[in-house]
Design a binder for this molecule. Structure first.
Ligand code: OKP
Ligand code: ZN
Length: 347
């Protein structure tokens, strides 16, 4: 399987984030991709390739031009104002306030284009995220050209980023950018299956009123878990998209057995959509020892089973890396998933 690894990911390295009132080391850190890369390198099937450059139009097909304009220069603006270290938003336009007027003030724009204070904007955030989008597009092009599958190995992740906002460690929605590119290239139906522990609120929002891109997600119940304000079971799509959004929220402590029952429901919905391409937002923060999550998946048994279950669909598949914060196990968990997929695809 070809693996498109983001060569610029290390440029996004947050010094810290805030956790329960304290400054802690950022969970979303460069070692995540490096560990996955090292683990995949030990297999006999992983073929690493660099991304090719895609035009800005492929990003603008998903993200608002004014948001992209902001992101490109945001860190430079922060520094020019005397900002030291990473930029954290501190003010947001909540209900009843205006989001349509772009403020002049930098802090006000930082809040307009974000939804949490847990996503440090660093000197290299744009470079890393933009290269990640190229990785996703490169992978989409490979699968569209007939590859059985490809894996987009990138960070920062993407599934929390919406058309015009960042948050949840995400800036550009890699899975959505890939899906939109496939549709623009003439595919009629694409499915995005999000198995990250957290609900992919950005991906859901981007395709919520559309029937061509199905979004299906298994995740921790937003009543207890991030991103809190989206991801409930009654969110089924709107307008033309009614019926093309499926959320399967699960309680904290969900066992592998229950998780795989929900996966079966998700896979049935994907199959019914008959997509020309399946995009999997792969988060391995469902791991039993993840430091910020609470599901129970195990390295040796459950991740290969996930890979096999996806392979059994027989669909051209683009895997896109999202979360996973147990850094010492992240390489083994991703490799186990993709190895299960590769073995079952060959069979
Ligand atoms: C991104 B992805 C820790 C609290 C959690 C946001 C979690 C984002 C997860 N300070 N902050 O879906 O894995
Ligand atoms: Zn996650």
């Amino acid at each position: 399987m070809k693996i498109i690894a983001n060569p610029h990911h290390r440029e996004h390295h947050a010094a810290h984030e805030f956790f329960r009132g304290a400054q802690v080391e950022a969970f979303e850190k460069p070692a995540r991709q490096d560990r996955i890369h090292a683990a995949l390198s030990t297999t006999d099937w992983a073929k690493f390739i660099p991304p090719t450059s895609f035009p800005e139009a492929a990003i603008e097909a998903v993200h608002a031009p004014r948001y992209l304009r902001f992101l490109r220069t945001a860190y430079a603006e922060h520094r020019a104002l005397g900002g030291a270290g990473d930029a954290f938003p501190a003010v947001w336009p909540i209900r009843g306030m205006r989001a349509d007027v772009e403020p002049v003030n930098f802090a006000a724009r930082l809040g307009l284009y974000s939804f949490d204070s847990g996503t440090p904007l660093t000197a290299g955030s744009w470079a890393a995220a933009r290269a990640g989008a190229d990785c996703a597009l490169t992978g989409a092009a490979l699968v569209a050209a007939g590859e059985r599958a490809a894996f987009v190995l990138t960070r920062p992740p993407g599934h929390h980023a919406g058309a015009d906002f960042f948050g949840g460690y995400c800036f550009l929605n890699n899975a959505a950018i890939a899906a939109e590119w496939l549709i623009a290239r003439g595919q009629r139906r694409v499915a995005i299956l999000d198995v990250d522990y957290h609900h992919g609120n950005g991906t859901q929002a981007i395709f919520y009123d559309r029937a061509d891109v199905l979004f299906v997600s298994l995740h921790a119940d937003p009543r207890t878990d991030y991103p809190f304000y989206l991801g409930h079971a009654d969110e089924t799509g709107e307008g033309a998209g009614r019926g093309f959004n499926l959320n399967l929220p699960l309680p904290q402590g969900t066992s592998p057995e229950t998780w795989f029952e929900a996966l079966s429901v998700a896979l049935e919905r994907v199959q019914a959509h008959a997509p020309e391409t399946l995009i999997v937002s792969l988060g391995v923060d469902t791991f039993e020892a993840d430091p910020i999550c609470a599901f129970g998946l195990r390295t040796e048994t459950d991740y290969p089973r996930l890979g096999r279950a996806i392979a059994a669909l027989g669909l051209p598949t683009l895997w896109v890396m999202e979360g996973g914060y147990a850094v010492e196990a992240i390489g083994a968990n991703v490799t186990a998933t993709l190895s299960g997929f590769v073995a079952a695809s060959a069979a």
